[in-house]
Design a protein around this ligand. Structure first.
Ligand code: GAP
Length: 599
């Protein structure tokens, strides 16, 4: 389905549309309509179920605005940049690496340096997409993607809208570790808005300036903790490793189970574990596994915090060839691959930065089973000597001696010791350092946890689910288009119709709709237009089932399945249970023990 068709369908059927249309719309901001907001809720709930509840993690809810020091520490202030080129004629701003990707065979141009991007723009005579002016020779600059604001009146307290929900978890680590009773490993999730002042938003909700992230930060002891690989060992992963991408015709995937990927050292064990969890989840919400892969980041593409990273990517916008039948077996014409999730091994990057920049301790204290006796090299400098001898530098020299004793106790075997403070060397007799090696009892040690992070872009997942759900077939000699959404995420689960709005059928249908709502199902009632048109409407919205009341006094109704258009008769009293089972996947429509209805 092309991007413009999807956007048109999304708008017409209440999934999403550009915000503030009455004022001309604003690029990079979208509103989810009545269907879209519920689809989003359902996808978020299923993410909570799979990544949080079933993994035993807990969720937090932090502010979206955070003070500048947080982003100084995290590195976002210095390095969270994209490449910007401005048109000398019309002044339009463009993302330089995307221009290169769109107009050459180069993929992942983000990993290319700025001078090389400038050369590529000039060599390929790239032009401004807005006005056609030549961009060769124009400077490419780094543009920081964070939205800046002031906290309170005045400008003395700058803040930023968070560019990722993750920092809201990292800055609270000291509190969170306490709640976890200092026991690693533990995982904290957060779902909420993130903001990036994208240079050129595109593909509707795929690249926006305000979007929803669902992130998990799993804090581990890198020397001890191992994932429970058995839980996902057999999950098959379609992997696209960096070395395959770098080959001339690098389109070959490597198909491995999670266990194989770990055993063969292809993927870090913790990242592999979550690739397995993720694959199960995408499949359960309707991502087509024939249009899905895990792509490893190329080294130049890694985020400033990531030691290794694999993206879950989905192919979208792939159109079926005209010759294709409704079975879906025919190949599709190629679409675009979009990143829907990043799985990063962030090591101790974030916690050690916040430990360094803040006043708090971002380690956990790991208690030993038995206290250990260890040898510690210490100094007790003679300050009555250091003071008169070195004046104001005496304190720093004492600190430098302590640091040297910890690092290199052999240095104290000489008669004289030399240390460097602020680039200057100071030498003093060994006996004035008070050097000694003592036995100490230690009950534990401070560990800086490492972090494994699956970071899901909910909007891109929604886009993929809609794109992959789109189907067409022939019904009653007419082309029908429908969204084959998974029953577990479909925003409207069942449509209830009276065959005609008279003879009490409408009252009966309304009663049934109310009863089903009381059972917690998402129900729509529709009595306008022919029954065929009502079915088509719900098909296009993606409603998996419809119930039609065709006789006021009958004890059964017709239950129709969207994908097959098959119909069966179901007793009204059984409807809530039957529909609940269908929603939970306890039973499929084909397995229902119910007589076929006349069509
Ligand atoms: N905490 C890690 C992090 O933020 P990321 O790869 O920059 O990593 C994670 O973002 C996910 O957020 C991406 O895989 C993507 O799905 C989504 N995302 C990022 N920028 C986006 C944007 N401008 N619009 C929509 N989704 C976006």
């Amino acid at each position: 389905m092309s991007s413009s068709d999807l956007v048109e369908l999304a708008k017409r059927r209440g999934y999403f549309f550009q915000s503030a249309g009455a004022y001309g719309g604003v690029s990079g901001f979208y509103t989810y309509g009545p269907q879209g907001a519920t689809l989003k809720d359902n996808i978020e709930d299923s993410w909570r179920d799979r990544f949080q509840r079933r993994e035993g993690h807990r969720e937090i809810d932090a502010p979206t605005v955070m003070p500048e020091p947080v982003f100084e520490a995290s590195g976002h202030l210095d390095t969270f940049d994209d490449m910007l080129v401005e048109c000398p004629e019309c002044g339009a701003s463009h993302r330089a690496d995307h221009l290169v990707e769109d107009n050459t065979d180069i993929e992942e141009a983000e990993s290319i340096s700025i001078p090389d991007i400038e050369d590529l723009i000039a060599d390929h005579d790239l032009q401004c997409p807005s006005c056609g002016a030549a961009l060769g020779g124009e400077p490419v600059e780094e543009f920081n993607l964070m939205f800046e604001t002031n906290i309170g009146p005045g400008s003395s307290s700058p803040g930023y809208l968070r560019p990722e929900t993750a920092q809201g978890i990292f800055v609270e680590f000291p509190q969170l570790a306490e709640y976890a009773r200092n026991q690693l490993p533990f995982g904290i999730t957060q779902i909420g808005k993130a903001y990036r002042n994208e240079i050129s938003p595109r593909k509707s909700i795929v690249r926006v300036r305000e979007f929803t992230q669902a992130e998990l930060e799993h804090f581990i002891d890198p020397t001890e903790d191992e994932p429970d690989i058995d839980r996902v060992a057999d999950v098959e992963l379609p992997l696209y490793p960096a070395e395959k991408q770098e080959e001339e015709d690098g389109t070959e995937y490597v198909h491995k189970t999670v266990q194989e990927a770990v055993d063969e050292g292809l993927v870090h064990e913790w990242v592999a574990y979550y690739l397995g969890v993720g694959k199960q989840w995408y499949e359960s919400i309707g991502v087509d596994m024939d249009r899905f892969r895990f792509r490893q980041h190329l080294s130049g593409e890694l985020a400033h915090y990531a030691a290794d990273c694999w993206d879950a990517e989905a192919e979208v916008g792939a159109a079926r060839s005209a010759a294709e039948d409704s079975s879906g077996d025919e190949p599709r014409d190629g679409g675009d691959w979009i990143e829907i999730t990043g799985y990063a091994y962030r090591s101790d990057y974030d916690l050690s930065k916040h430990d360094e920049y803040s006043d708090d301790d971002f380690t956990v204290f790991k208690q030993y089973d038995e206290p250990k006796v260890v040898e510690r090299a210490t100094v007790d400098p003679d300050m009555s000597y250091l003071g008169p001898e070195f004046g104001g530098a005496a304190g720093d020299i004492a600190d430098a001696l302590e640091e040297l004793a910890e690092r290199d106790r052999a240095a104290f075997e000489d008669d004289e010791i030399t240390v460097e403070v602020d680039g200057e060397e100071y030498t003093l007799p060994a006996e004035k350092t008070g050097f000694s090696v003592e036995e100490q009892k230690e009950t534990g040690e401070h560990v800086m946890p490492h972090v494994v992070e699956p970071s899901i872009g909910i909007d891109r997942v929604i886009y993929t689910v809609l794109d992959h759900a789109y189907e067409t077939d022939e019904v009653e000699d007419e082309t029908r288009s429908y969204l084959a959404l998974e029953p577990g995420v479909a925003p409207t689960f069942v449509g209830v119709f009276p065959l005609v709005s008279k003879d009490g059928m409408d009252d009966r249908a309304r009663e049934i709709a109310d009863d089903l709502r009381a059972e917690g199902l998402d129900v729509t009632y529709d009595d306008s237009g022919s029954i065929g048109r009502r079915y088509r409407r719900q098909d296009e919205v993606g409603t998996p089932f419809c119930v039609t009341v065709d006789d006021e006094t009958a004890e059964t109704v017709t239950l129709r399945e969207r994908d097959s258009t098959e119909q069966v008769r179901v007793p009204i009293d059984d409807l809530p249970e039957v529909l609940a089972d269908l929603r939970e996947g306890e039973v499929t429509f084909a397995e229902l023990d119910a007589p076929k209805a006349e069509q």
